[in-house]
Write a protein that binds this ligand. Structure first.
Ligand SMILES: Cc1cc2nc3c(=O)[nH]c(=O)nc-3n(C[C@H](O)[C@H](O)[C@H](O)COP(=O)(O)O)c2cc1C
Length: 346
């Protein structure tokens, strides 16, 4: 029904308007209740323990869909094992001028240059806290944090610390986003000296905030770009291991257009099918080099069970998706879980 009736209607309108409309519907109570009825499917065999957390299934919503953490009950009802809200920055910001989100339906792709439009950490934390009573106990919520546009790179670690501390109580895990292509200079934070400063100060804070001394510290993931050289990846892997973080999310959107036919394209981050081979090669590389010391959450181009299988076979512990949901609709999550469950029963 989604692909035949709903999608053609939605795709007649501006992508960002449809996005906001959908998030508003999912932030209410009626849509999540309907989804819960339609999308129910759980199987113990799909459970995964990664880091300190047990995920009811390995399929997660990628960051950027729910920037202000308003629709968590909707993702829970849709059947995801977890959702990553954000990217949140300390202060609210508008993001880049519109239009800034584009569909490429013939390639199952999107290009966006949103630029961390979000309501800021105060509002985010309130939404997160309020949603706690609306979501299932076993639904995991990650918080993806970034820096404000005008924060200098040398001060960036302060922005990450601010949102980390603010959301510490309500977040199940944190993701450090140093890889969005739409905030000038952000990806330079993947360089050794910046990255080490950020991860070190966050792990220190993680220890300080863990006041119970019973390991309520949070798992920290680093989200990386797919456009890095092997030498840059080597540094990132080493710094991540040295700072004892739980894992890497591979990957964010790409600035490359090499996997699209030659042509003129909008600027921004490319996601969906053309990203899949690029992010898979990054995952492969990390698995080889990290020697089991880092968990990988694989992201990029997933729109079917086979795509999930491929990423898990490469060694990923969990997966996330965004663009596939736009093209396939909410039924995709249940479909993937059913196929995964059938394969596990063989
Ligand atoms: C419109 C849009 C906005 C996004 N915003 C964010 C963001 O705020 N933070 C982030 O870490 N990733 C963001 N992403 C990247 C996704 O989380 C994901 O890494 C990427 O889209 C690849 O997955 P996919 O091919 O399944 O979409 C965004 C992606 C899209 C399409």
């Amino acid at each position: 029904m989604y692909k035949k009736i709903i999608k053609p209607l939605l795709f007649d309108y501006d992508p960002e308007k449809i996005h906001n409309f959908t998030i508003n519907r999912l932030s209410g109570s009626i849509f999540p209740a309907i989804l819960k009825l339609l999308m129910q499917f759980e199987d113990k065999k799909l459970e995964r323990k990664v880091g300190r957390l047990t995920f009811r299934n390995p399929i997660g919503l990628a960051a950027g869909m729910d920037k202000n953490a308003t629709a968590l009950a909707g993702w829970d009802a849709m059947g995801f094992g977890f959702a990553e809200a954000g990217t949140v920055t300390p202060l609210p910001q508008e993001g880049n001028p519109k239009p800034r989100m584009f569909r490429l339906p013939e390639y199952g792709a999107l290009i966006n240059r949103l630029g961390f439009n979000n309501g800021g950490a105060d509002e985010f934390e309130k939404n997160l806290e309020a949603s706690k009573e609306k979501i299932s106990r076993d639904f995991i919520v990650g918080v993806n944090i970034g820096k404000n546009k005008h924060t200098e790179l040398d001060d960036a670690y302060q922005d990450y610390k601010f949102s980390f501390e603010k959301c510490f109580e309500s977040a199940d895990y944190f993701t450090i986003n140093v890889s969005s292509p739409n905030t000038e200079g952000l990806r330079q934070l993947q360089q050794k000296k910046y990255l080490n400063e950020i991860l070190k100060s966050l792990q220190q804070l993680n220890k300080e905030l863990d006041t119970t001394f019973s390991d309520t510290a949070k798992d920290i993931y680093l989200k990386i770009a797919p456009d890095l050289t092997e030498a840059e990846l080597d540094d990132i892997i080493q710094v991540s291991i040295d700072n004892n973080i739980t894992g890497i999310i591979a990957t964010n959107t790409t600035i490359s257009r090499d996997t699209l036919p030659e042509g003129e394209y909008e600027s921004g981050g490319l996601s969906g099918k053309p990203l899949e081979p690029i992010s898979n090669s990054v995952i492969k590389y990390i698995m080889k080099k990290a020697e089991g010391k880092l968990a990988v959450i694989a992201c990029g181009g997933i729109s079917s069970y086979d795509d999930v299988r491929e990423k898990l076979d490469l060694g990923a512990s969990l997966v996330q998706l965004y663009t596939g949901l736009i093209y396939e609709g909410p039924g995709l999550i249940k479909k993937i879980k059913k196929e995964m469950s059938a394969a596990a029963a063989k």
